[in-house]
Write a protein that binds this ligand. Structure first.
Ligand code: C5P
Length: 317
């Protein structure tokens, strides 16, 4: 190429680049900033998973996931670097684990249901002024969240005796507790997330006294909110676990509800029949986990139009 043609070529490239940039949406969290196959309402479909016409290809999700940097893979979720600093993409897997991952299975559709349910609870908490890490749901399996430093504690709130409390103290499952009881477990899979006291938390510096006061108040507010929401649809909130994250804003830190809130992390019993609608269905082999979670989603009015049913993902043109 001679020089004038080269100059013309670079001018055209420069113009096209500027035009493309001018067409790009400015919001850092806009769907359109994402690969097309991640934006809500894309044109692909995966059968047996795709609720409510919010179509997406599992295959295309996997392809785009491969392009992103994985930060952490947990038992039920994988975290990827978000599109902007300070954001993370939380991908909900279909893996179900119990007894510190000794029991493991893939329950098709579980990730979709937990993503939608967690979005519902996090948005509701935001509306009553409880800060959470949730920013927006991106598609059927992913949500965009603020990146935060997770306090290494599992915060468990109990309204009725069940699970490890019943075992530890010999109290019959289902016994109403005199008041909500808050417990703390140290997050360490290798140790089996042991129960710890506030003394341990203070002595080992896992959270300050001010953090603990704020965490207790957050946990009780979440309990009030969730208990009311479930009661309205005939479900008893027996107990649940939340995780808390620290978000830094300049010199200040704020505590937010992080991770997820879903039937994986709650005990939910039908008020009339006592039927279990939570992960105990999997832990205790009581039937179909997706049926139980679908029932929760249906009662809360967030059930996808085409409920997730077992089946292999299929690309439909
Ligand atoms: O097993 P345990 O009775 O201590 O569980 C209390 C609550 O915390 C249950 O709702 C359970 O699903 C939840 N949990 C959790 N993740 C853990 C431990 C407990 O979501 N690692």
């Amino acid at each position: 190429m001679n020089r004038p043609i080269l100059v013309m070529y670079f001018k055209i490239c420069g113009f096209l680049g500027a035009w493309t940039r001018s067409k790009r949406p400015q919001s850092p969290l806009n769907d359109a900033d994402w690969p097309a196959n991640l934006a809500i309402g894309g044109g692909l479909h995966y059968e047996g998973h795709t609720p409510g016409g919010d179509s997406r290809s599992l295959t295309s999700e996997r392809l785009s996931m491969a392009r992103r940097k994985k930060i952490y893979e947990g038992k039920a979720k994988t975290l990827y670097e978000g599109p902007e600093p300070g954001t993370i993409v939380q991908y909900f897997k279909d893996d179900a684990t119990a007894f510190n991952a000794e029991k493991h299975d893939i329950i098709e559709g579980k990730g979709v249901l937990n993503n939608i349910l967690s979005e519902f609870f996090m948005l509701g908490l935001g509306q009553i002024g409880v800060p959470t890490h949730f920013l927006k749901r991106l598609n059927m399996r992913e949500q965009l969240v603020r990146s935060c430093e997770i306090v290494p504690l599992e915060i468990i709130v109990r309204n009725y005796a069940a699970g490890t409390l019943s075992k530890r103290l010999g109290i019959d499952e289902g016994t109403q507790l005199p008041r909500p009881i808050v417990e703390y477990c140290y997050k360490d899979d290798a140790l089996g997330d042991p129960l710890v006291s506030e003394e341990h938390i203070a002595a080992f510096g896992w959270a300050s006294q001010q953090d603990m006061d704020d965490i207790l108040s957050l946990a009780l507010r979440v309990n009030d909110f969730l208990s009311g929401v479930f009661l309205a649809v005939g479900i008893r909130l027996v107990d649940f676990k939340i995780e808390i994250g620290r978000v830094y804003e300049g010199d200040f830190q704020r505590l937010v509800v992080a991770d997820e809130i879903s039937p994986d992390s709650c005990r939910l019993w039908d008020i009339k029949t006592g039927e279990k609608l939570d992960k105990d269905v999997f832990r205790r082999d009581l039937g179909s986990l997706t049926d139980a979670y679908s029932e929760v989603a249906r009662r809360l009015g967030v059930m996808p139009n085409n409920p997730p049913t077992p089946g292999k993902p299929t690309l439909v043109n």
